[in-house]
Structure formats: structure tokens, C-alpha cells
Design a binder for this molecule. Sequence first.
Ligand SMILES: Cc1cc2nc3c(=O)[nH]c(=O)nc-3n(C[C@H](O)[C@H](O)[C@H](O)COP(=O)(O)OP(=O)(O)OC[C@H]3O[C@@H](n4cnc5c(N)ncnc54)[C@H](O)[C@@H]3O)c2cc1C
Length: 549
Amino acid sequence: MEFQFDFLVIGSGIAGLSFALKASSVGTVAIVTKKDKLETSTNYAQGGIASAIGKDDSFENHINDTLAAGDGLCKKEIVEMVVRSAPERLLELVEWGVEFNRRGDGPLDFDLGREGGHSKNRIVHAKDMTGRAIESALISAAEKNPRIRIFENHFALDLLIEYEGTKVGSYVTSQKKVCKGALIFEKETAEVHSFFAHATVLCTGGAGKVYLYTSNPDVATGDGLAMAFRAGAKLANLEFVQFHPTCLFHPKAKNFLISEAVRGEGGKLVDSKGRPFMHKYHPLGDLACRDVVARAIDTEMKNSGDDCVFLDITHKSRSFLQERFPHIYEKCLSLGIDMAKDPIPVVPAAHYMCGGILTDKWARSSIDNLYAIGECACTGLHGANRLASNSLLEAVVFSHQAYLDVKRNIESWRKDSFPEVPLSATPYYRSSTQKEQSEMVFIAHNWDVIRKIMWNYVGIVRRDKRLSLAKNHLVQIRQEINEHMPNIPLNTDAMELKNLAIVADLIIRCAIARKESRGLHYNVDHPKRDDEHWKHNTILSLDNEWEFK
Ligand SMILES: Cc1cc2nc3c(=O)[nH]c(=O)nc-3n(C[C@H](O)[C@H](O)[C@H](O)COP(=O)(O)OP(=O)(O)OC[C@H]3O[C@@H](n4cnc5c(N)ncnc54)[C@H](O)[C@@H]3O)c2cc1C
């Protein structure tokens, strides 16, 4: 089937929904989402949204904290824009129905929490389930909006790109790429549809699933990054992957975070023999910042060969733990871990992608009419390391920027027609006589292999040798995938595998390129930050050589 909308939004997290709600004032919007509409990282966000609205705070403080975390790679003008527009965007979220915790009746009288790296209390939150409050309010606003249509269980396969050549005589001197929508796979019917749109907005979230351990939900397979890369868009800074130090380690606990507040209350990290180890790594011990703690745990695990370390808060009374950490207490207990008596098994886990599709101030990618917002974008806000609770903020600020840009352009875009796209010309066509291979074992196998390679060789602490081993493995895996893919029935596991393999390969290439340690990228063979040679972004695309700027 063929669908036509003014705007095609891929993803139903905070980025997709906030853009859709705004853009619906100037056109029709389709939101496609590959699973249930609520299945997003947004829905699992705990802490909240950073905004310098406290009496003792200032935009300058928030800007400086963000720049300090970014370790020399943030774009200052972007940081300033994001920080300064935070209060206005928060008020919009409230208008859409989000209920943040308050301390008074004034419009910005929110209760403000504190997180690592912030010099002041500035985290606006809805208890410890801020993401859920945002996601449900925005979904409900979108569902009431007659100009927005949500397509659940619709998987975006690839972008539809038109090439517009500039001719001099009979020679094409340059080719401009324009995005005209995307090919979408409907899971229930197994049909591929063309969704045409004047502007396409990638809001596909992160890629935590590329690692064995992650705090991210299953949808975070980097599809947007892979689609944008295949289409020829520029991607940047993929080596900067943020790891959360303490994710619950249990076969039945998928993606469950043990909050940093547990260490804040005196919890100690210990090895399998109960020996504390953080004092060996940092004067602040267990209260060192996220990266230091994640690196220390990684080193302990690599040295001992153990699968996890433990977080011991058994010195606190049961009643205190039940009162202070009700959610964590219940979750642990449901898995047979009594945190009042047992140390909690934890591992660091891939948490957030600082890099992504390179965008400008208006959320525009390097391909015309293709935008990227939220975790899949690289806007220049985070640089080499994200300051906690800046990502939900980034998503709403850039949704607004993109909205302003499409509003300016939509009338002229409507004069253009959509191209013809015969499905038989796409790699997703399967003829009725084609003999399909029924064996799918290579999909499950390669999913596991990629995630283990990335964890062991491209994780928190890197080495040149491990990175080069990972690169060789990925070349083979990508070859295998390319050979098998045309012969198997279209299915989302296979597509996600193909995307994961591309994203893994790109992370490895960026990590190999950066010959220094900065922010989240730590390579023991190049342990120092090197501003003389490396104070720039690692930008790569299918068509171009590397750009470092
Ligand atoms: C456990 C956890 C806690 C966090 N806590 C905080 C916090 O306190 N504060 C903060 O600022 N940040 C936090 N973050 C990070 C933040 O939640 C995310 O960066 C943010 O929610 C990303 O929003 P998004 O809209 O870009 O993507 P998401 O919310 O992840 O949405 C992605 C959407 O894209 C869809 N999608 C993906 N691929 C396809 C495809 N091929 N076809 C169709 N649809 C597709 C998905 O189905 C989903 O709907 C946390 C993250 C996690 C995982």
C-alpha cells in the first residue's frame, strides 16, 4: 500500500511524540513505531529533566556543568540554546498533561532533585518514574489529535531517497539527496508499504542492544542510525557510549537499573569474596562519578573472570530500604534477592549513545528533508559525555527546532510530487516463486556474538588490539548477513540484526579512529586526552571519507 502524509515520524518516544504534537498544527502526521507505542526508552527514564530553574541556580551553571561533562567536545552555542529554552519546553510538557512533582503553585515551582555532575538541584521529575509520566501524557495527547495517526507494530526498513542531479550540459555535476519517506514493514500482514512524506523525522532512540548488558529496552537496536547510514547521511561520535555502573545482574532481570542513590546511602561495591574495591580506584571511593565506577567494575571483572560484582547495602535496616527504595526492594525480592541480607549482583550496562546522526541547530541531517531528534541524533549538546538528565531535555528542545523549520518550508514542499517506488526494485521484494531458507539459526547466533564481541572488546575500557579483533569479526558477520538476508523471509529480528551489525561496525571504526582517551572513550593504549590532535568530532558516512571537525 501507499500512504501520504506531510510528516513521517519514526518512533513514539519523547522525541517523536513532541515533534508530532507540534507539527500537527501545520500538517498531517504519521507516527510509525515498531512495537507497542509505549515500548520506548522514554518510558523507562527514572531521574527526570534538567532545567536551571532553582532560586540559587542559573543558566550559566547548567551550561558550565554540561560543557565540563562533554570534555571539550560540546558545541557551546547548542548547549546555550538547549539550556536557555528548557523552562519553556517544560511548560509545554505540562500543557500536554505531564504531572511533575511540585513544591508550590507557580508555573515553574517544581521539586528539584540532584544528580551526578550537576552543581545544583535542577532535576524536574515525576517521583522516580518521570519517563512513564511523560510517555503516557504525550501518547494520550497524540491519540486525541485528529491530524496524528499512530501505526503500531510497523517497522521502518529503509528511507526513500530521491537523487536530484545538477546538470551542466549533459554532465551531472552534483547530486542532492532528498528524503521522501520510508519503506515500512507491517508485522501483522508481513507487507511492505511506502510511506511518503515531505519531511521524515528519525526518532528511533538509542542502540544499547548492541552490547551484552544494557539498561535499554529491546527496541534500542540502532535502526535509525543504520537506516541513515545506508542512505548516505553523516553520523558522528559513535565511540562515546555511556555505561551505567550498576544494572541488576540476574537471568530474569532484563535492563533493570540499581539507582546511584543506593551508593549515595552508603552501599558499597564488593567482589565475589565480599572485599570492597572502589578505594583502589578513586579517592571518593564508591561515590566517584559514573565513568570511574563503571571502569573500576569492568577492571575487577576482567581481572577476576567473574560475571558480576555486588552492591552491599545490608548495613541498612529492612524498614529503611523498603521506605527509601521501594521499587528496587520489590524487584530484587521478586528475584529472590533480599537486599537487607544479600549483596545485590550488578554489572555495568550500556546506557546511552552520545553520538548519532549528525544534525544542525534545526535538527536537520545532512540529507534534505530528513531530520533526526532524540537519542539517535548527535546535536553537539553532549560532546564526549552526557550530563545526566540532559537527554529528555535535548529531545524536546530539538523537536521544537525541527517544528520551526518544517513550518517555514511546508508550503513550498507541498508543490513537489512524490516519486514512484516499485517494490520489486527494493531489496525487500520476495517473488512468489523464490525459495526461501527456513533456517534462522544464524540470526540468533549472530545477535549473541555481536553483543558479546562489543561487550568484551569495545566496552568500557578499550585497547587497540581488542578493537582490531572486533573489527575483523564484524567484517565476517556483516558478510554472512549480506549473503543470507536476501534468502530469508522478511522479519524484524533479521532486520534488527543487520542494523545492529552496522552500528557495531561504526562504533568500532570511530573507537579505532580516536587515538586518545576523552570523555566516555577510554583506551589504555592512548590513556591521555590529546587536544592538539583530537579536539574534534569523528564524522563518517557511506559516501565520504572521514571528516574530523
Ligand atoms: C532505564 C533508563 C533510564 C533513563 N533515565 C533518564 C533520565 O532520568 N533522564 C534523561 O534525560 N534521560 C534518561 N534516559 C535516557 C532517555 O530516556 C532516552 O535518551 C530518551 O528517552 C530517548 O528518547 P527518544 O524519543 O529519542 O527514543 P525512545 O524513547 O527510545 O523511542 C524510540 C522509538 O523508536 C521506535 N523505533 C526504533 N526503531 C524503529 C524502526 N525501525 N521502525 C519503527 N520504529 C522504530 C521504538 O519502537 C520507539 O518507539 C534513560 C534511559 C534508560 C534506558
